[in-house]
Design a protein around this ligand. Structure first.
Ligand SMILES: Cc1cc2nc3c(=O)[nH]c(=O)nc-3n(C[C@H](O)[C@H](O)[C@H](O)COP(=O)(O)OP(=O)(O)OC[C@H]3O[C@@H](n4cnc5c(N)ncnc54)[C@H](O)[C@@H]3O)c2cc1C
Length: 399
């Protein structure tokens, strides 16, 4: 959606295909980071975005056993916004869609489920999708696969994928929120358990991190045992865990971390999770996907307008975004393997991992996670213009 907005704004004809009828998916995180807010500022959209309901979170706190600690403090960043804005992702996507719709070069087709690529003479020339009105064929100078970690585009393109594995999955469910509850996001780490709660107004979006493949075992122990664990971790929720009547609303989100070796082929480019599925660690995946979109628009808007996108142009996008992706995934994998795996397998008395104790001892070090989470390794800036001239055609599969 972000790439669709940027390209349409720069005068490129864009069709965004989204398989669902709306953006009301609750499994993609709610975080809009300082670098994304900076992009919104550069687009002149920041003030309007921040009129939508959101929470400003200037510090990320976590509770590690008995130790409560600020893990990242964004106040030291030199950005317009020194906080993470927590906003349901569907509000953010609807906002981008509305802004993009102001350009005659932008078209959003919902309920368009991409199934296949159109290939001719070794190049991708468009794609096929199923819609409620029947099959849809779209031809384009460039197809951009931004269809997430289960990307159909990357599968159809036959890209080779490097898998890095993850020791955990997440159980994702809601519990009601009272006006007397704290508004801040909550992160609890204890022996064998990691639990997060995001404030979504009248309910808490809860994420209970489990060892990969251990859901059946947890279910065998029974729902009352699960409710007890949640109540022990967050005692003020004890009066609400009874809302979990059965396992059905407790969804299993599988975590995967991978990266395409090559993100492009003639006529086709993958970005976001389709190019590199991100771990939820640090909650940076949305941000990274948006940074990819900004870099892609910066590098491709002019060639698309001129109708001459080359494979070399697509290579430049990968070249620009591969290093920050690698670095982010490297840090995520280190935290997954050294902290999360340890916490989840810990059965004794919980002691915070060394890295966490170090952050507690040396507050200055909290600037490092703040920078990594808030800005990432290579923050992008909008270099595309706002013109209404529509020359070339491109398709973005979803946002
Ligand atoms: C449990 C969990 C929690 C997370 N929490 C956070 C967090 O708090 N903050 C954060 O920054 N990151 C978080 N992440 C990572 C984040 O969700 C992803 O990195 C980010 O959403 C990637 O954005 P994307 O636009 O590339 O893909 P997605 O957000 O997955 O979007 C893909 C879009 O493509 C559409 N689509 C899929 N297939 C098709 C098709 N065939 N045809 C048409 N459309 C299609 C989908 O409907 C969807 O709209 C989390 C990940 C997990 C697993």
């Amino acid at each position: 959606m972000m790439l669709g907005l940027l390209l349409a704004r720069a005068g490129v004809d864009v069709v965004v295909l989204e398989k669902h009828a709306d953006f009301l998916r609750d499994f993609r995180g709610d975080t809009i980071h300082p670098s994304t807010l900076e992009v919104m500022h550069e687009l002149g959209l920041l003030e309007r975005l921040l009129t939508l309901p959101h929470q400003k979170v200037p510090r990320i706190n976590g509770q590690f056993g008995d130790l409560t600690l600020t893990v990242a403090d964004f106040s030291s960043l030199s950005t317009q916004c020194r906080f993470v804005a927590f906003m349901p992702q569907w509000d953010f996507l609807n906002f981008l869609a509305e802004e993009a719709a102001r350009y005659s070069t932008f078209q959003l087709r919902r309920q368009a489920d991409v199934t296949d690529l159109i290939e001719e003479a070794g190049s991708v020339r468009g794609l096929r999708a199923n819609t409620p009105d029947g099959p849809l064929e779209v031809r384009a100078d460039l197809v951009v696969g931004a269809d997430g970690r289960r990307s159909v585009v990357r599968r159809q393109a036959g890209f080779s994928i490097e898998e890095f594995g993850a020791p955990m999955d997440v159980l994702w469910f809601r519990l009601s929120r009272k006006s007397s509850d704290s508004g801040d996001p909550i992160g609890r780490f204890d022996a064998g358990r990691i639990f997060i709660m995001l404030n979504r107004g009248d309910y808490w979006q809860c994420g209970f991190v489990i060892q990969k493949g251990s859901r059946d075992q947890l279910q065998e122990q029974g729902l009352p045992a699960f409710r007890n664990v949640v109540a022990q971790l967050v005692p003020f929720m004890a009066d609400r865990v009874g809302e979990l009547h059965d396992w059905e609303p407790i969804k299993l989100l599988t975590v995967q971390v991978d990266r395409l070796r090559q993100w492009y082929r003639p006529g086709l480019l993958c970005i976001g999770d389709a190019a590199h599925a991100m771990s939820p660690v640090g909650g940076v995946g949305i941000n990274l996907a948006i940074q990819d979109a900004v870099a892609t628009a910066n590098l491709l808007a002019t060639p698309l307008c001129d109708g001459r996108v080359t494979t070399e142009d697509l290579h430049r996008v990968q070249q620009r975004r591969e290093w920050p992706t690698r670095m982010t995934q490297r840090v995520q994998l280190a935290i997954q393997n050294r902290v999360i795996r340890r916490v989840l397998t810990d059965r004794g008395k919980f002691s915070p991992p060394f890295a966490i104790r170090l952050l507690a001892l040396v507050p200055f070090l909290r600037r490092i996670p703040a920078r990594m989470i808030g800005l990432g390794f290579r923050p992008e800036h909008v270099h595309t213009s706002d013109t209404k001239t529509p020359p070339a055609t491109t398709e973005v599969v979803s946002h």
